[in-house]
Design a protein around this ligand. Structure first.
Ligand code: MYA
Length: 194
């Protein structure tokens, strides 16, 4: 039996992803796309503060340290928090395509418990693109970048226009994001996919 469902399997007409020529160079930190983002934002006290770095092709690596605020069972990371770390890492791949996309489906395997204070070493890759649909996969390892796999995920992201956020988000946060003094974050949010 396949580990993943058909929803995250690229269709026959899917193509290989193409790294955007202006994508950050391999090794470069991507930075947060939004200061209040639970996954990557620096302004969220209990957020993941996940730092993603561009890799070769359409890949990223990221690190996330499990803090006491991220517990489910005593001393162990909450599964939803680990899914968030995978989601954020996978979401950051879309910046290498210069595409704004949201998670349509995220299928997660929790392979090993992840204790508080553990660094989760994540790597993710876009495997295929079919129209607006972006297929990607990620793993999270503990102990070291080549340590044992603790979590993994397969995902389908769907490309959206910036109207997705304007129509559905709250005006005050949209305004604040538009006025963000950080030009890269503004570009990422509003100029990539007008
Ligand atoms: C302020 C701005 C900041 C911006 C910064 C960047 C933000 C980054 C945030 C990063 C944070 C981290 C990331 C986050 O956490 S993102 C936050 C979590 N995700 C969401 O909130 C998304 C909510 N969902 C939607 O808005 C819509 O459902 C979307 C946009 C996804 C699709 O609705 P839309 O009406 O647009 O399109 P469609 O329905 O015609 O579907 C199109 C195609 O896709 C296929 N499909 C769809 N869903 C699924 C599914 N579940 N399984 C399998 N397939 C699915 C569908 O069959 C169709 O295929 P085909 O028929 O064409 O073959």
């Amino acid at each position: 039996m396949s580990r993943t469902s058909a929803a995250v399997e690229p269709p026959a007409d899917a193509v290989r992803p193409v790294r955007h020529p202006d994508a950050p160079a391999p090794g470069e930190l991507l930075g947060a796309h939004y200061g209040e983002c639970f996954g990557c934002g620096g302004e969220q006290a209990h957020g993941l503060h996940l730092q993603a770095r561009a890799g070769e092709g359409v890949t990223v690596t990221a690190e996330f340290t499990v803090r006491p605020a991220h517990q489910g069972a005593p001393g162990l990371a909450h599964g939803g928090v680990l899914a968030s770390a995978l989601d954020e890492t996978l979401g950051s791949l879309n910046w290498l395509l210069r595409t704004i996309a949201v998670t349509g489906r995220l299928e997660t395997d929790f392979v090993r418990p992840v204790p508080v204070d553990t660094v989760l070493y994540l790597e993710a890759e876009v495997t295929a693109v079919a129209g607006r649909k972006i297929y990607s996969t990620a793993t999270g390892r503990i102990g070291a970048p080549d340590g044992p796999v603790a979590v993994r995920a397969d995902a389908l992201f769907v490309e959206v226009k910036v109207d997705h956020f304007i129509d559905n988000g709250r005006p005050e946060e949209i305004r604040a994001a538009m006025n963000d003094p950080d030009q890269v974050r503004r570009t990422r949010a509003f100029e990539v996919n007008p």
